[in-house]
Ligand binder design. Structure first.
Ligand code: CA
Length: 234
């Protein structure tokens, strides 16, 4: 049952080489990993990727790791492991009160990190956290079965490319809320994508052709001029 889908881990860490080593180690173990290099992008990723486990560095640009921890805890039941360079007891106590589940003091071995993550996953499994393993997003005529990787419009399966699928997922996770251009680009093409931002518009155009009744007059994926797009649940 627990093998039904890969576990998702979000790594919020501004030290890029460390974030990449963690990604490499976890992906080798079969986890799905996303990374964010600042507090605000970490929060955004936690909202859109629905992770099972979040690793949060204590010292982050934009927002402290403790604030990120508290915010994520307000909308998510993910296991939270704080990563800290400091061995200060005060920080640990503050983190625990804000809802963190465990700590790792840097430097740590990847083997140790993986053991701690697995311990958290066992805890979540015991508390029935993974009951809704088969997640389905719905909005108007559109239905996305995330685990099965199937999209239906009015009950008919539509064929999306992997990027189109990711883009639609990012939009639908923010149903009826603004999805800013930079956030969509970061989620679909990665935070270090520096290519042409027209790529986003091209993919939106193709998605509209596949899911809108009248692609030239979209009612689901609407443009928010100058800012981004919004998936509207008619
Ligand atoms: Ca840091």
């Amino acid at each position: 049952m627990l093998e039904a889908r890969p576990f998702r881990v979000l790594v919020v860490e501004d030290e890029a080489p460390l974030a990449e080593s963690i990604r490499y180690a976890l992906e080798s173990e079969g986890f799905m990993v996303s990374t964010a290099g600042s507090g605000p992008t970490g929060l955004e990723a936690a909202r859109s990727h629905n992770p099972d486990v979040v690793l949060i560095d204590l010292m982050l640009p934009g927002m402290s790791g403790l604030d990120v921890c508290r915010e994520i805890r307000s909308f998510s039941d993910a296991a939270i492991i704080m990563l800290t360079a400091k061995d200060a007891e005060a920080d640990k106590v503050a983190g625990l009160e804000l809802g963190a589940d465990d700590y790792m003091t840097k430097p740590f071995s990847m083997r140790e990190l993986i053991a701690r993550i697995r311990a958290q996953l066992r805890r979540l499994a015991r508390t029935g956290q993974f009951a809704e393993a088969n997640e389905v997003l719905r909005g108007g005529a559109v239905e996305m079965d995330i685990e099965a990787h199937v999209v239906r419009v009015d009950g008919e399966t539509v064929d999306l490319t992997p990027k189109e699928f990711d883009l639609l997922e990012s939009l639908m996770r923010r149903k009826n809320r603004l999805a800013e251009r930079h956030a969509l680009i970061s989620e679909v093409w990665g935070p270090s994508y520096f290519g042409d931002t027209k790529t986003l518009d091209v993919h939106v155009k193709r998605l509209r052709e596949k899911i809108e009744r009248e692609p030239s007059r979209p009612t689901h994926i609407v443009t928010v001029r100058g800012l981004g797009y919004k998936f509207v649940d008619e």
